[in-house]
Design a protein around this ligand. Structure first.
Ligand SMILES: CC(C)(COP(=O)(O)OP(=O)(O)OC[C@H]1O[C@@H](n2cnc3c(N)ncnc32)[C@H](O)[C@@H]1OP(=O)(O)O)[C@@H](O)C(=O)NCCC(=O)NCCS
Length: 376
């Protein structure tokens, strides 16, 4: 049993920030019903398509049920409202105002079901002068100061730099998840749902430790670290690759100096010591001495790494089109309940019958009619 067993989520999300939030809910046992327009959600078409299947969609929509529903049709709206009455959570990340335009604003939703919790993820929030702007991860990386921080720590005179993974989607998605779980706990005490408004920009600003360094000392975290005398902490070149280790002032640095037999720590001395050894040798020596260290892995190396494997961080999934595929596993290890990311993302409309018949009690004929009219 997952910790969220019994919680039903209507998932209107698209792209990344919303889907990652709802996938985690599904992994923890919630019944997540991903509702797509009959023409399919945008990441289904994200390249490269492998046998017509998008790696992006495959990654981020696992364990969900998938239905199609045209919310711009009256019948589609009717069906959605029926689902609202028997669900716990709605998650959406359309541009602000879209839910209202569909006739599904918060006032309507809470009237349909006072226990419902709605999470809206957007670029800049539902309020404020930038509320109407559309946004993707790079926009939030730029707006939040993250791209400036990247270049400032790597090459202050160079151009702004973008992180290669969609962190300005994932952090907001997880922020929304924290909000939803808290609202569920609150609801268990008050019986009332609530609306949660999470902005990508806000969620990024909220986690930058550099903003404290900046407002208190006009510096950043990475600059503060180097001025703190931890200059030799970093990435060194061994005979056959790169290795990263950290030497904060205190006992870890003392252990390291004893190991090398040196009084004074300099970048050159460390580089010379590492340069005569293989990655494996340095890794063995330093890890055994309690020094924080890891080889710099590429994606093949992390995928075969003994620790990642021991923690079941790569799961094999039987995909109906792609066959056996390997994807990242679930990182929260519960002692009593289960986390599971091993069920493939649904094909378009895969669970239409399951949801509309079993959950809403529609007949085969009703469903065929909705299909014929392009509602599902
Ligand atoms: C991601 C984003 C830029 C995409 O922009 P977009 O493709 O123009 O999508 P929007 O959210 O503005 O609009 C979605 C449209 O699809 C429609 N739609 C969505 N689901 C539907 C359904 N099941 N049935 C019918 N129509 C549907 C909406 O009604 C809306 O129609 P409209 O254009 O007539 O208003 C935008 O949604 C956004 O800024 N989202 C908030 C930030 C965010 O999460 N970004 C993604 C991070 S990965």
């Amino acid at each position: 049993m997952g910790a969220l067993e019994g919680i039903r989520v209507l998932d209107l999300t698209h792209a990344h920030a919303g889907p990652i939030c709802t996938m985690y809910m599904a992994a923890m046992g919630a019944e997540v019903i991903k509702i797509e327009p009959p023409w399919g959600e945008m990441t289904r078409f994200f390249p490269p398509l492998i046998n017509g299947v998008s790696p992006y969609f495959t990654f981020i929509n696992r364990v969900k049920k998938g239905v199609t529903l045209n919310l711009k049709s009256l019948k589609g709206l009717e069906v959605f409202k029926k689902l609202v009455k028997i669900s716990d959570v709605i998650v959406e990340n359309f541009s602000p105002g879209t839910m209202e335009e569909l006739g599904l604003g918060w006032e309507t939703l809470k009237e349909l079901n006072p226990r419902i919790i709605q999470a809206s993820i957007s670029g800049f929030g539902q309020t404020g002068p930038w509320a109407n702007r559309r946004s993707f991860d790079p926009i939030a990386q730029a707006a939040s100061g993250y791209m400036w921080l990247m270049k400032d720590s790597i090459d202050p005179d160079g151009p702004p730099l973008q992180a290669p993974e969609a962190i300005a989607d994932t952090i907001p998605g997880f922020t929304a998840l924290i909000g939803i779980l808290s609202a569920l706990i609150n609801r268990s005490k008050t019986g009332k749902g609530q609306m949660i408004d999470v902005a990508q920009m806000d969620a990024m600003i909220a986690v930058f430790q550099s903003l404290s360094f900046w407002h208190l000392g006009k510096t950043t975290f990475s600059k503060a670290l180097s001025s703190y005398g931890v200059g030799v902490s970093g990435c060194h070149k061994a005979i056959d690759g790169y290795i990263m280790f950290s030497l904060p002032p205190g006992r870890i640095t003392e252990w390291f100096k004893q190991l090398l037999g040196i009084e004074e720590l300099t970048w050159e001395k460390v580089a010379e010591w590492v340069g005569k050894r293989t990655v494996h040798e340095v890794d063995e020596i330093l890890s055994k001495s309690g020094i924080p260290v890891s080889p710099v892995h590429d994606l093949d190396q992390v995928s075969t790494n003994e620790q990642a494997r021991a923690r079941e961080m790569f799961v094999k999934i039987n995909h109906p089109v792609l066959g056996e595929i390997t994807l990242p596993g679930f990182p929260i290890k519960f002692s009593e309940t289960k986390g599971n990311l091993s069920i493939p993302a649904p094909s378009l409309g895969q669970h239409n019958y399951d949801v509309y018949k079993k959950l809403l009690g529609l007949t085969d004929r009703d469903i065929e009619e909705l299909q014929g009219e392009g509602v599902i």
